[in-house]
Design a protein around this ligand. Structure first.
Ligand code: AP5
Length: 202
């Protein structure tokens, strides 16, 4: 299965992608996670990525396209994959179109005020599990950290960038009849159940 998770920052892409990836046995490819790993390792790519991520802007398409092409060459992508945070521009979508036969784009629609609460409350454990101090607090003793871009000022910029780029992407995938909208405002179980209903029908 070849899927894209689309949605504003904090809509729940990463949270639900982990469960979808488990159920359908496909790799979860998050361009944001790949970039954060590079930042962590302090590579040249990481230094470049940080300069964009810290201000909530998108990295140049050429950099992202190179990363994605390399990742898709790995053996685990042979049976399918789930993108989270990619594509984010029409150029990225057009490139993907030349190398992939996508089956579904799941768009998680979410209200902005909920997004702010989700992102300011997000905490992540060292093994990548996503928690939330308001909705799903980390158990006592679990060491968690907060992403550098999860502060209100940068969240607002990330949201603006999302709304500036989303409509053409939505139109692109609607024309291909593979665009599915899911209400992302509900609790995690309900949202996931609705995503599975769509994917099980494909
Ligand atoms: P990226 O890492 O992709 O971040 P994002 O799109 O801003 O999305 P998030 O990861 O913040 O949100 P999410 O939807 O995954 O939310 P989550 O599931 O964690 O990108 C970061 C940066 O990298 C970009 O700004 C850009 O600079 C760069 N970049 C990445 N890809 C790029 C690309 N393709 N091109 C150019 N630049 C790129 O959920 C959030 C919180 O809410 C969690 O605490 C979770 O527990 C909670 N939650 C989620 N769903 C629910 C629910 N249903 N009920 C209750 N709580 C919930």
């Amino acid at each position: 299965m070849k899927i894209i998770m689309m949605g504003a920052p904090g809509a729940g892409k990463g949270t639900h992608a982990k469960e979808i990836s488990k159920k359908y046995c496909i790799p979860h490819i998050s361009t944001g996670d790949i970039l954060r790993e590079e930042v962590q390792k302090n590579t040249d790519l990481g230094k470049t990525a940080k300069s964009y991520m810290d201000i909530g802007k998108l990295l140049p398409d050429d950099i992202i396209i190179k990363i994605v092409k390399k990742r898709l060459q790995k053996d685990d992508c042979k049976k399918g994959y789930l993108f989270d945070g990619f594509p984010r521009t029409i150029r990225q979508a057009e490139l993907l179109d030349t190398i992939s036969d996508l089956e579904a784009v799941i768009y998680l629609k979410c209200q902005d005020d909920l997004i702010i609460k989700r992102l300011t409350g997000r905490r992540i454990s060292r093994d990548g599990k996503i928690y939330n101090i308001y909705f799903d607090p980390p158990p006592p003793g679990v060491d968690v950290y907060q992403r550098d871009d999860d502060n209100e000022e940068i969240i607002k910029e990330r949201l603006k960038v999302f709304y500036d780029t989303f409509t053409p992407l939505m139109d692109f995938y609607k024309k291909k009849n593979i665009f599915f909208e899911v209400n992302g405002d509900g609790g995690r179980e309900v949202v996931l159940e609705n995503i599975f209903k769509i994917l099980d029908g494909i």
